[in-house]
Write a protein that binds this ligand. Structure first.
Ligand code: ZN
Ligand code: ZN
Length: 354
């Protein structure tokens, strides 16, 4: 895998007139050479590659890294990075402008290196997942969907939002997850109108709608699923917007297939919500890519220029939020296939009133 991915990176560097690339993000390490550590630097030239890390990680690096040499760096790291660049040669070295801090940039420049800012080179390679990545994403999604179903089975008035979140993270770990993909959103009752409300000490009550937006990490790869359930019988308008969101989400998934613009998936979902009169109550994008990061490319929003291709993994997650009353969001992680999109997080979507 590493050889293929490094090969694709080098091809892209050549197209962009670059002689090499410096990676400093843990996702660069994991994706390009298979290293699971989060400290160091990856120096990729046209004919050679070197992963530099410190004494905490060098043994792991030696065991895991494929396609690159490994070495323990001295202090400062940038000195060894510059030495490797000189040894590999070339004039124009790219770095990712979004992830290198200004301080690191200055320290690299002080070593006499010539650096070219680039935008999303590795992120764009990561958009289409290979077989190994899809297997990991599948597992991450299955754990999240199964654990969420178990939580929904035990959800009842009297529990706090935090109780639900803590139980769920433990259950995901028991099922083989490395941990939560992000701090879970458990938004009950009126808190449901806050799209990104963290789990609070609020006690769940009969009549609440409860939005559960959760996911886990498995071998570096993330999953993302949201279900909204009722406790007892929620207010009529909440039950009504549930149906609208359910139809919007189905329309979004139905629109996802190779060759389609990601913004057309957004539009398919958004039109259903607008037609029901709730367009102003759906303020966020319809989804995002999922992989080594919980939010990555492609973006699924009104402004996205990304075109879907086989092997992309993304979420479809429209919602309606009514301040003072509550909200509904339904989300699946889906895989773009030759003839459409496969839901990787299957679980019931008709309104459950527990
Ligand atoms: Zn989510
Ligand atoms: Zn999401």
């Amino acid at each position: 895998m590493s050889e293929q991915r490094l090969g694709a990176l080098r091809e892209r560097l050549t197209q962009d007139g670059l002689d090499g690339f410096l990676g400093f993000r843990e996702q660069d390490f994991r994706y390009l050479v298979g290293f699971s550590g989060d400290a160091g630097a990856l120096v990729v030239g046209q004919a050679d590659a070197l992963l530099l890390t410190d004494s905490r990680y060098i043994e792991t690096a030696q065991a895991e890294v494929r396609g690159a040499r490994t070495a323990q760096h001295g202090q400062p790291l940038v000195q060894d990075v510059a030495a490797a660049m000189r040894q590999m040669g070339g004039e124009r070295w790219g770095f990712d402008a979004e992830s290198v801090s200004y301080g690191l940039y200055q320290r690299l420049q002080a070593q006499g290196t010539q650096l070219v800012p680039t935008q999303g080179i590795v992120l764009s390679l990561r958009m289409v997942k290979d077989r190994e990545e899809i297997a990991r994403l599948r597992r991450a999604c299955a754990i999240a969907a199964d654990a969420l179903e178990e939580l929904i089975d035990r959800l009842r008035p009297g529990m706090t939002e935090q109780d639900a979140a803590v139980w769920l993270e433990g259950r995901m770990r028991e099922m083989g997850a490395e941990g939560a993909a992000f701090p879970f959103i458990v938004a009950s009752g009126p808190r449901g109108s806050l799209p990104h409300a963290g789990a609070s000490a609020r006690v769940l009550q009969a009549g609440d709608m409860v939005t559960l937006d959760v996911g886990c990490r498995y071998l570096g790869y993330h999953s993302d699923i949201t279900r909204t359930v009722g406790l007892g019988t929620p207010a009529a308008e909440l039950r009504q917007i549930y149906e609208v969101v359910r139809q919007a989400q189905a329309a979004g998934i139905a629109a996802a297939r190779p060759g389609v613009l990601a913004r057309d998936v957004d539009r398919a979902a958004r039109e259903v919500i607008a037609a029901a009169g709730y367009g102003e109550r759906f303020g966020h994008g319809t989804g995002h890519g999922v992989g080594l990061e919980i939010h990555e490319w492609p973006q699924v929003s009104t402004r996205s220029d990304d075109t879907l291709a086989v092997g992309m993994v993304l979420t479809v997650e429209p919602g309606i939020y009514l301040p003072g009353l509550g909200g509904v969001r339904i989300e699946d992680t889906v895989l773009v296939t030759a003839d459409g999109a496969e839901v990787l997080t299957p679980s019931p979507k008709s309104l459950r009133m527990l």
